[in-house]
Design a protein around this ligand. Structure first.
Ligand code: 6MZ
Length: 349
């Protein structure tokens, strides 16, 4: 019989494609590219291990060397979706940064097409998971690349039959400045794209956070240092509360990436206790060697949550997805259908 956390229907809203690649899929890629001489410890942080955030960004670059063709992108997308589905995720928003492959002929456009094709195939194979896509802007590219990504997102937004729902701003928080991205993000918003913005993953960038909150984003990624107890301010919290901006919270990623010192100290506690919209997410289930069931399990023990509270956390996450209201209604009825079985059969197992 399945464990409660795996059987719990779940929503995953913060998942970077390339950092979600499992060790099994990495193994397949390594076999195809033995000359790169990549070892597992270069692409994954195991239990009990940590890295600095800077080291994490170096790991992402290594993974990118393994996925530099449309064939690879298609394959890893299918594998990642299958793995999320097997973990009980019923709705997934994947995000990824369009990339050119220098020697493989992959263009940013064909990169996105490969991902969308993989999503469509999973749908045709009747996988029990609804998958949508966000194009990511990497801060490293600056405003010009950001605007190009918005244009690309616009093309797919109008042609992908609802698969492309938004834009993500991510990348090394020590690189670039928020002011470079406000215009592209506003342009994306005007097109109708939803905005998920990484914010306050590192400390002392209050001026950036105020700029981002001026948009305001539709969801915040991480938001580690926004509240006053972490060096943020009441003013920032008040804006976030006023707009009820959901926060994507990634427990294992933050602890393994050393931006949070322990699970017990995670800012999940602050926002959850304030009754603020919170979504548990994996960030990169491959690199951080986790899955969403495990994140729920960790939240349960670190914050002393009951099974009913875990259920509510998952059910409420449906409110914060970027797909339209009809999708939310469908998911809510799916959740309600699964609830009696979950609580009668697998509880306490
Ligand atoms: C900020 C992150 C991130 O886009 O190639 N990314 N950006 N903070 C994080 N916290 C750990 N984790 C991943 O996936 C990898 C890319 O996602 C962003 C980075 O830009 C990274 O290069 P894709 O699929």
């Amino acid at each position: 019989m399945m464990q409660f956390h795996q059987a719990l229907p779940k929503v995953e809203l913060h998942a970077h494609l390339n950092t979600c690649i499992s060790s099994t899929t990495i193994e397949k890629l390594m076999l195809q590219k033995p000359h790169l001489n990549i070892q597992h410890n270069m692409t994954m942080i195991r239990k009990g291990q940590t890295r600095t955030l800077e080291e994490c960004f170096d790991m992402f670059k290594i993974i990118h060397q393994l996925t530099d063709s449309v064939e690879h992108i298609f394959m890893v997308t299918k594998d990642v979706i299958k793995e999320f589905a097997a973990d009980g995720v019923k709705y997934l928003e994947l995000r990824s940064t369009p990339r050119d492959g220098n020697t493989t002929g992959m263009s940013k456009k064909s990169y996105v097409e490969a991902i969308l094709e993989a999503i469509k195939q999973c749908r045709q194979e009747n996988m029990d998971i609804d998958v949508r896509f966000l194009l990511s802007i990497d801060r490293r590219g600056g405003p010009t690349v950001a605007m190009e990504t918005v244009k690309l997102a616009e093309e797919f937004f109008t042609s992908s039959d609802g698969l492309v729902v938004g834009l993500d701003l991510s990348g090394d928080p020590e690189v670039g400045h928020a002011k470079s991205f406000i215009d592209p993000l506003n342009a994306a918003r005007n097109i109708g794209l939803k905005l998920a913005v990484h914010m306050a993953e590192v400390q002392n960038k209050n001026e950036e956070w105020e700029l981002f909150l001026g948009l305001p984003p539709d969801r915040i990624g991480h938001g580690t240092f926004l509240h006053p107890e972490a060096g943020g301010s009441d003013q920032l919290v008040n804006i976030i509360k006023k707009h009820q901006i959901p926060i994507e919270l990634c427990l294992t990623s933050n602890v393994k990436g050393q931006t949070v010192s322990s699970y017990n100290c995670h800012h999940f506690q602050y926002w959850y206790n304030h009754g603020h919209p919170c979504v548990l997410c994996t960030d990169g289930k491959g690199v951080f060697a986790s899955n969403l069931s495990q994140e729920y399990q960790i939240a349960e023990s670190a914050f002393n949550l009951s099974k009913a509270q875990l259920w509510d956390l998952s059910f409420r996450s449906i409110n914060y997805i970027f797909a339209p209201e009809s999708v939310k209604s469908h998911l809510r009825s799916q959740w309600n259908d699964l609830k009696p079985g979950l609580f009668n059969e697998v509880l306490h197992k």
